[in-house]
Design a protein around this ligand. Structure first.
Ligand code: FAD
Length: 391
């Protein structure tokens, strides 16, 4: 390859959500000499809307702190406890002296994170849509609606419907959850219910599993333009898609009606979440995937902290690839699976297969109500807190 044919960039990051932004920030932290040769391509303009309930687990905060970032700069609402219930009763998780879940709005959070990456010197092009990703021996060619870019390494961080994965791994099986979300004011005129179900806490209810919805409904506190609101939704992994199931809207409408809300009068939005399976490929020479394009947590569709974690992991692999001048990325998946993040994702994948396939009401009650000390213990060790265990 002659000088005139040298790739324009060392690292092109396709997609500027939490996965792409975390990759950029970690690259800047680990290898500042790479900064002038990194480019993030993002199809939207910040602050851009992203359908998401915005629940951040402590793992996200640990990763951001290590980057020297304080997420409390972003408008947020804290949930003091999280309830994991079957039909209104189950396990309550609360942490001593701190919040259990911090809820942000994604337009604000992603904009904040993008500005942090820009302030550390990372170059962005907004309003550029990637159309095709084509790896070759020496570089990767990325075709967009604003011209063609070349890079030594490409990170596919373009989300659940991402074009990178479709270009490089077109035959991989797709595991996609269907998700609906709606925002409401705090109360709908049933004070007795509000008293038993304080809206400064987060609720997950698995009552829909026996009906073949392999997931849960949620109710979180949130804010929109500083005004306190509630975010409701329903998540279905789709692993029971071969059986007859009610419309996804049905359990959400039922849960909201119990609290005095009429879903039919509200604006409901949907978006898929691609979830993690250890069977899936995650890279090919010169291209690695991060975030939803590899897969979010299958149990809950929790993907923000996971995307930040993938970004940290991908950045380390990329820095090593430049040091060793080896861009095969054959070790990306095995190393990820051995990492605390990979282990947490693996345990969540196994749990998904058990929890949502054994859908008898007695099992669900047993799992969330009787088995709860065991669940809480296992979750602490294997499911959450993976960021603290990451070196
Ligand atoms: C309804 C709903 C509720 C959710 N609630 C939660 C929650 O409470 N907590 C949680 O942790 N997770 C939640 N998730 C999951 C979470 O939103 C995702 O896991 C997370 O956004 C993944 O981050 P990412 O960076 O991989 O992808 P994304 O956030 O999807 O970012 C991808 C980026 O790539 C850009 N892009 C896409 N295609 C192209 C292209 N062709 N060219 C250029 N740019 C492109 C997009 O504009 C976007 O900015 C929820 C998801 C949904 C749908």
């Amino acid at each position: 390859m002659g000088m005139q044919d040298m790739p324009q960039y060392d690292v092109l990051i396709l997609g500027g959500g939490p996965a792409g932004l975390s990759t950029a920030l970690h690259l800047a932290q680990l290898a500042p000499e790479l900064i002038p040769r990194i480019l993030v391509l993002e199809k939207a303009h910040y602050p851009r809307p992203k359908l998401c309930a915005g629940g951040l687990l402590a793992d996200a905060e640990v990763i951001l702190e290590r980057l020297g970032l304080d997420v409390s700069e972003v408008l947020h609402v804290d949930a003091s406890a999280a309830h994991l219930d079957f039909a209104g009763k189950g396990l309550t998780i609360s942490l001593p002296d701190t919040h259990t879940l911090r809820v942000i709005r994604r337009d604000e959070f992603d904009n904040w994170l993008a500005k942090k990456a820009q302030s550390r010197g990372v170059e962005f092009r907004e309003g550029v849509t990637v159309r095709k990703v084509q790896p070759s021996d020496d570089c990767v060619i990325v075709e967009t609606d604003m011209g063609t870019f070349t890079s030594r390494v490409v990170v596919g961080a373009d989300g659940s419907n991402g074009v990178t994965r479709r270009c490089i791994l077109p035959d991989e099986p797709v595991h996609t959850a269907r998700v609906l979300e709606v925002i409401t004011p705090l109360e709908a005129g049933l004070p007795s219910i509000a008293a038993a179900h304080p809206y400064d806490q987060a609720y997950f209810d698995f009552f829909c599993v026996p009906d073949g919805i392999a997931g849960y409904t949620w109710d979180f506190p949130t804010q929109v333009n500083g005004q306190l609101m509630r975010c409701w939704g329903v998540y279905d992994t789709n692993i029971l898609a071969d059986m007859q199931r009610p419309a996804l809207k049905h359990p959400l409408a039922e849960e909201m009606a119990r609290h005095g809300f009429d879903l039919d009068s509200l604006e409901l939005k949907g978006h898929p979440i691609r979830w993690f399976s250890p069977k899936n490929r995650m890279s090919m020479p010169r291209v690695i995937l991060a975030g939803d394009s590899v897969g979010a947590d299958p149990i809950f569709g929790e993907g923000i902290s996971i995307a930040l974690g993938y970004g940290a992991f991908a950045a380390r692999q990329i820095v090593e690839s430049f040091t060793d001048d080896d861009f095969s990325f054959t070790q990306y998946k095995p190393r990820l699976l051995r990492s605390p993040l990979g282990q947490a994702l693996f345990v969540r994948w196994v749990t998904t297969q058990v929890l949502y396939r054994l859908r008898w009401p007695w099992f669900q009650k047993f799992f969330w109500r009787i088995f709860k000390p065991m669940i809480a213990f296992v979750a602490q060790i294997f499911v959450i807190n993976w960021a603290k265990r990451t070196k």
